[in-house]
Design a protein around this ligand. Structure first.
Ligand SMILES: Nc1ncnc2c1ncn2[C@@H]1O[C@H](COP(=O)(O)OP(=O)(O)OP(=O)(O)O)[C@@H](O)[C@H]1O
Length: 273
């Protein structure tokens, strides 16, 4: 069994079951979107996949071995993750932070190699941060911080990349650039997203969670139906099928009178090319 896999993972916090028996197998190179309302367990599942949290039951395996068996350092050479509110020590520069991604590859007490420096330079270039390399973290905008954390994950040269709402601080151009970059990498990616149109455009496969359980899984065309969106989010939607991917138009009821949906709204991404 190659790659990263969650097998009926459960995570309990106190007496609450936050992730409840979720199975996810990842094929090399695919981009899988994790969808679901606030509190449905997306971040917790990503943290289980990263080995940051241990499952209360079930197992997360990498090439057939549990992450505990693989060990922290070897796991860090394979899996990079960017959490939703990634923060870091404020005195570091962008380049310093991106260079942290090389730690799992470096031997203790040895200076960075030319390969380390090249990986950092390339990660800065890919995320459009070359000009910001010397800038301090605490002076960066929210979107620049987010891209810095993603550059750090890329410098890690992972085979598995876990991203928790990586677009939430980004302007539309940077959202599209980031997801284009992620989708083009020869890396297996799991990405929690709230924007269903971005998920539709960029993900090969979607897993939808609600109350910690997997509701459905499949291609965007299979998953993103009006019935599913109503069932999971309680929102009316029209779905049209552009060549390639579904486009979702949300319907909202006329204000206050409880009458059927009349007006429609699309997210910004649905108008992108
Ligand atoms: N350490 C914790 N202590 C108590 N409850 C927690 C803890 N971590 C997560 N939870 C709860 O677990 C549930 C799932 O949280 P999680 O962050 O995984 O959801 P999510 O789908 O990523 O949500 P969002 O879309 O809002 O980011 C939530 O109800 C949350 O309050």
């Amino acid at each position: 069994m190659t790659g990263l896999r969650a097998d009926r993972v459960v995570r309990r916090i106190g007496d609450k079951v936050v992730v409840d028996g979720v199975t996810l197998s990842l094929s090399p190179g695919e981009t899988v979107g994790l969808l679901g309302p606030n509190g449905s367990g997306k971040s917790t599942l990503l943290r289980l996949l990263a080995g940051v949290l241990a499952p209360s039951a079930g197992a997360v395996t990498l090439d057939g071995r549990t992450l505990t068996e693989v060990g922290r350092r070897a796991t860090a050479r394979r899996i990079a993750s960017v959490e939703q509110h990634a923060d870091t020590r404020t005195e570091l520069t962008v380049r310093d932070i991106v260079a942290l991604g090389r730690i799992p590859h470096r031997r203790a007490w040895t200076p960075p190699t030319a390969a380390d420096a090249e990986a950092v330079t390339e990660a800065l270039r890919r995320t459009g941060l070359t000009d910001r390399a010397g800038q301090s973290w605490h002076t960066l905008s929210g979107g620049e911080r987010q891209r810095t954390q993603i550059a750090r994950a890329l410098a890690q040269e992972p085979r598995e990349l876990l991203l928790d709402e990586p677009t939430n601080h980004l302007d539309i151009q940077h959202q599209l650039d980031l997801l284009d970059l992620v989708a083009s990498l020869p890396v297996t990616t799991v990405i929690a997203l709230h924007d269903l149109n971005l998920a539709s455009m960029y993900c090969d496969r979607l897993l939808v969670l609600r109350d910690g359980r997997a509701v459905t899984e499949g291609t965007p065309a299979e998953v993103l139906t009006p019935a599913l969106i109503e069932q999971v989010y309680g929102v009316g939607a029209e779905v049209t099928h552009d060549p390639g991917h579904p486009v979702i138009r949300f319907l909202r009821p006329a204000a206050g009178d409880g009458s059927p949906p009349k007006r429609s709204v699309t997210s910004a991404a649905s108008t992108a090319p």
